[in-house]
Ligand binder design. Structure first.
Ligand code: DON
Length: 310
């Protein structure tokens, strides 16, 4: 391994040690009961670069529930499938509301503020469920291809738990349907959405599978066009303004990278022209973002000078 990569690996290892006392600052998500039993002190970080290096520390090869990080993959699939017509059904503005809020959706006549809040991801799930003969299989195939790993799977226990406790998501979907902004049957939309949320992946797999967003839409390993450069720019823009929900402003202010969190405790951050960072620690803050995951991404981004606003 080249010296700068060995240095990076050592930096990640050292960073994990600085976070040892911070696991008590948050709480593991329990509104999805299957997530409540995850050990709070699991922690990992991985960095994948577009020039082909992948390093990590801690539990970076251990799969966890990707939850809302799946919204990034779903959005790319929907953009590829229906093009600009998507933006007539969902907007690209920050919501200023919690990720599962319903209030704004009523005021704004069933048009979600952006595709990475729950309402927006349900809309995207409707696009996928309506345009693929088997959208769940298409989604899994897409992710497996990006990660170069056929063993990635849906955690059925998490899926069932979300389905049983998914009344708020069902309410969001039915409200959008009442405004004629959902085409498929609601159980199909929910089944797709919960399936993509319940996929398990490791920090290493997430970091490598999202490299195309740091590389103008092209997977640097296979040279495959995953999306257009314009759409990679658009996804990064949405992640910069909305990916960390109601903490997106603070994250841009202090870190300066397009990022997305999930209630499984994962955080991914795209560094255009460089690579992808993924950190994982299950306890969340009140916004639904991983406390230690955000600290880790923030510290490594600062140490390496990765902010896009420099
Ligand atoms: O629908 C939900 O509430 C979850 N399956 C996903 C939410 C989530 O990950 C929000 N992220 N911070």
């Amino acid at each position: 391994m080249k010296k700068n990569i060995v240095d990076l690996q050592e930096k990640l290892q050292a960073l994990l040690l600085t976070q040892q006392d911070n696991f008590l600052q948050g709480a593991v998500a329990d509104y999805i009961p299957a997530l409540a039993s995850v050990k709070p002190d699991l922690v990992g970080i991985s960095v994948a670069t577009i020039d082909g290096n992948v390093v990590g520390a801690g539990d970076y090869q251990r799969p966890f529930s990707i939850q809302s990080i799946s919204k990034v993959f779903g959005l790319v699939m929907a953009m590829n499938r229906v093009g600009d017509s998507l933006w007539q059904r969902v907007r690209m503005e920050p919501s200023g509301q919690p990720f599962n809020s319903i209030i704004q959706l009523e005021w704004e006549k069933g048009i979600p503020r952006n595709p990475v809040i729950n309402a927006g991801a349900l809309l995207v799930s409707d696009v996928l469920a309506s345009h693929f003969s088997s959208s769940k299989l298409a989604f899994l195939t897409f992710i497996r291809k990006l990660a170069g790993n056929d063993t990635i799977r849906v955690d059925n226990q998490v899926y069932q738990s979300e389905l049983t406790h998914g009344n708020r998501n069902a309410a969001l979907a039915y409200l959008m349907k009442s405004f004629d902004n959902i085409e498929a049957e609601i159980p199909d939309v929910l089944s797709h959405y919960f399936t993509q949320c319940a996929i398990s992946m490791s920090c290493q797999q997430l970091a490598t599978s999202l490299l195309f967003l740091a590389n103008k839409g092209i997977d640097p390993r296979t040279k495959n066009n995953i999306c257009t450069a314009r759409d990679a720019h658009r996804v990064n823009a949405i992640l910069s303004t909305s990916g960390m929900y109601d903490q997106s402003g603070e994250f841009a202010f202090s870190v300066g990278l397009p990022a997305k969190s999930g209630v499984g405790g994962g955080v991914i951050a795209i560094v255009p022209g460089y690579g992808v960072i993924c950190a994982w620690s299950p306890p969340l803050n009140k916004f639904g973002n991983s406390v230690v995951g955000m600290n880790l991404v923030s510290d490594i981004a600062e140490e390496l000078g990765l902010s896009i606003y420099h």
